[in-house]
Design a binder for this molecule. Structure first.
Ligand code: GLA
Length: 389
């Protein structure tokens, strides 16, 4: 069914009137540049055509009412305007609510209450940024409802990241929110997370597709592992800075790192930092490879990225390693790697179209035998960033 018709119907059914504004914000898949966005490095994501759809209308009073079609079991969640989510008592509505709080803190408070209805077609907890898409979409809808002057898409991305850090308690980087707000259809976005400068590269994959494979292992970013990686890398940066000042790990080229790495005496911190430095270089090389239309080189960099995430950064898991290992062995697969925060979630693979069938059949069969369930495959097209519909 058409999204506009669906949103209108649902909104009227739940709130008894029609919405004023409707919008969409996508999830993302990161092609390469993993765990670099909090080290001042580069990332290279594209938006998906899957994401979160939403409809909203202002209220006369100071209540905010949230309804998720996906979480109809939770009913309408009602809060007072200004309510601050408590990270210890989680509700799905904390995601839109934390974006509201973040906007208010940054000088864009809602003047009245709001009714907000959301519907998402992204798998949750699969590392495809469903939470960033909810936060960014909330921002897009509130900006349209209240006419927040001067609030740019870039601001929305930053305030959504703030919402996640401050109110959800996940110390994530800027990639997910930036991708959801600022990616362009048919393009991947090379984002320098130090300067926030971005370059768009047309995704000319010719005879190939991007296939996202969901391991079905739910990752939990809030789990201490993500924050612990940050701390280990901060320790490495401190050790390097004592030697001579350094703004961020990814400010080092691999050559500079090799000359200075002995300053990091803890072997675990050294591995983590090595991943950040080399992954940043791989991302820049992958951008050039794509510009030259060299999918083989691009794929080889993806494979190297996975090995580094598995061995040095240690954020993979057996199911993701199995999916990539199987993919690497299939003729016609350019490259395959885990994508997103890790510890579960998805892999991303560039697969020649004539190999698609053997990809899904072979991987499906072995995964089923070894893990006991089917992996899910999504052939994804690079979609547009958040927008009103
Ligand atoms: C999660 C975070 C991002 C980024 C990735 C890893 O998706 O939200 O900021 O750090 O993990 O690249």
């Amino acid at each position: 069914m058409d999204a506009i018709v669906f949103l209108n119907e649902q909104f009227e059914h739940i709130f008894g009137r029609l919405p004023e504004k409707m919008g969409f914000a996508p999830g993302r898949v990161n092609l390469i540049g993993e765990h670099t966005d909090y080290h001042g490095g580069h990332v290279f994501p594209c938006a998906l055509t899957l994401g979160t759809w939403g409809a909203a209308a202002r209220r006369q009073d100071k209540l905010v009412q949230f309804y998720s079609v996906n979480r109809s079991d939770a009913g309408i969640v009602v809060r007072r305007l200004g309510f601050v989510p408590d990270p210890r008592r989680r509700s799905w509505a904390d995601y839109p609510l934390s974006m509201m709080c973040s906007l208010a803190e940054h000088g864009f408070p809602c003047e009245s209450g709001v009714d907000l209805l959301l519907y998402g077609d992204l798998p949750v907890g699969a590392g495809l940024s469903s939470s960033a898409s909810v936060e960014v979409l909330t921002g897009v809808l509130l900006r349209a409802l209240f006419g927040f002057d001067g609030l740019s898409d870039e601001d929305l991305a930053k305030y959504a990241q703030y919402a996640e850090n401050r109110f959800i308690g996940v110390n994530c980087g800027i990639m997910d929110q930036f991708s959801s707000a600022l990616c362009k259809r048919n393009h991947a976005m090379l984002l320098d997370t130090l300067t926030l400068q971005r370059q768009y590269a047309p995704l000319r994959l010719e005879d190939a597709d991007i296939i996202v494979t969901n391991s079905g292992v739910k990752h939990s970013l809030a789990s201490s592992a993500y924050n612990r990686r940050r701390q280990e890398c901060e320790a490495a940066l401190r050790a390097l800075s004592e030697q001579s000042p350094l703004s961020a790990l990814c400010a080092l080229t691999p050559e500079e790192w090799e000359m200075r790495k002995d300053a990091v005496t803890d072997p675990v911190c050294q591995k983590r930092a090595r991943h950040a430095v080399y992954e940043n270089q791989r991302t820049l090389d992958a951008f050039s490879a794509l510009e030259e239309g060299d999918l083989r080189a691009f794929g080889a960099l993806m494979n190297a990225s996975h090995r580094s995430l598995r061995d040095d950064y240690e954020v993979s898991c057996p199911e993701l390693d199995l999916l990539t290992q199987l993919a690497w062995e299939i003729e016609g697969v350019y490259g395959s790697r885990m994508t997103g925060g890790g510890f579960g979630g998805c892999t991303v693979s560039i697969v020649r179209r004539d190999a698609r069938k053997s990809f899904t059949e072979t991987i499906g069969k072995v995964f089923r035998e070894k893990v006991g369930r089917d992996p899910l495959f999504y052939v994804v097209g690079p979609g547009a960033g958040a927008h009103l519909i």
